[in-house]
Design a protein around this ligand. Structure first.
Ligand code: C5P
Length: 333
């Protein structure tokens, strides 16, 4: 190998943190800085939210993350992202939520990741229409990152294999790999080991009410404060996978979120919102991820909207949603 390609590999691997990411050597052919191969001015892509049907926290790992087994499903609540080419060597992000207009935005970091990884000088502007609430347990930032990776892969015809994309995604956040495929999946490790499950969603959960208490919750803080007594051995997630693969409705007690008890205890606003949902007639209420969003499944639209209107009258922000299997959905212009 030449000295030049060696130094390129060193830069790529050190940036991606070797322990997490293994970018294929075939990218070496893109070792010189270059403009991206584009055939259009830009593209739109949707970034869908998720809910956690289960979340077993298995224990704390030596790297500070927690080992998880979680069953996730994408839902039809989505952000819209528009990517356009710019002449400068920059990644710009312009978001409908001004507090996200910075380089830490995961969508911007995803674009920087592929540019640096392949030494691309092509600039890109990311316009981000947010609908998924932030710090809400719905995976909005992670979904934005995955959508940018998938869109750039198609638009710029990047020589990244699925394994390469997974590595880049995992370097951006634990939930990002899930959003590369979405649908229904079991996620293990710190969340980045994704096993897609055959699509099946119980009739009794056809309609999902999403209630967003007026509070943002830090995922890092929830995991940091979680007592070991809330750890489980993965039984709930395994049972839900078994039920869904047999096209059976999971037992309510297996729709378990190991972060929920602690979040309800520490954030009374979330506990009150949960109580309000139950009082209004929701048969089942669960926390999504580390919250603060609560979801309540319904089999009938009429029942769901009745509960929705009752809670909206009490001042709660409540959306109606459903499970969805997104396709790549990149729309060029
Ligand atoms: O991976 P991500 O950056 O989304 O995680 C945010 C934070 O949540 C981490 O910094 C970590 O504190 C916590 N976390 C964890 N175990 C996981 C996933 C996240 O402790 N499996």
């Amino acid at each position: 190998m030449t000295e030049r390609s060696n130094s390129w590999l060193f830069r790529v691997f050190s940036w991606l943190k070797l322990d997490k990411c293994r970018i294929s050597v075939h990218n070496a052919r893109m070792s010189h800085a270059q403009r991206a191969q584009t055939s259009s001015n830009g593209c739109f892509v949707r970034a869908y939210a998720k809910i956690n049907l289960t979340l077993d926290v298995l224990g704390r790992r030596s790297d500070g993350y927690h080992a998880l087994a979680t069953v996730m499903q994408t839902i039809d609540l989505h952000d819209t992202i528009c990517l356009t080419a710019t002449d400068d060597n920059e990644v710009q992000v312009i978001c409908t939520q001004p507090e996200l207009n910075n380089d830490e935005n995961l969508a911007a970091r995803a674009a920087q990741a592929v540019r640096q990884c392949l030494a691309l000088t092509q600039g890109v502007r990311i316009e981000l229409h947010k609908r998924i609430p932030m710090a809400a347990g719905l995976g909005g930032g992670s979904s934005n990152a995955a959508a940018v990776l998938l869109a750039l892969q198609q638009w710029w015809r990047l020589p990244l294999s699925p394994a390469d994309l997974l590595s880049v995604a995992a370097s951006l956040g634990s939930d990002v790999p899930f959003f590369l495929t979405g649908g229904l999946a079991l996620c293990e490790g710190r969340g980045e080991r994704v096993t897609p499950l055959a699509p099946y969603w119980p009739m009794s959960m056809r309609w999902l009410l999403l209630l967003r208490p007026a509070i943002s919750i830090s995922t890092a803080a929830v995991f940091r404060d979680l007592p070991a007594s809330d750890y489980t051995d993965g039984t709930h997630s395994r049972a839900v996978c078994t039920a869904l693969s047999a096209r059976r409705k999971p037992q309510p007690e297996n729709l378990h979120n190991g972060l929920e008890r602690s979040v309800l205890e520490r954030y009374p606003t979330v506990a009150q919102a949960r109580e309000a949902l139950l009082q209004a007639g929701a048969p089942l209420v669960r926390l999504s991820g580390s919250g603060s969003t609560l979801f309540a499944p319904f089999s009938e639209l009429a029942c769901a909207t009745q509960v929705q209107h009752q809670l909206q009258a009490q001042g709660y922000e409540v959306d109606l949603s459903r499970a969805i299997y997104p396709d790549a959905g990149v729309c060029f212009f």
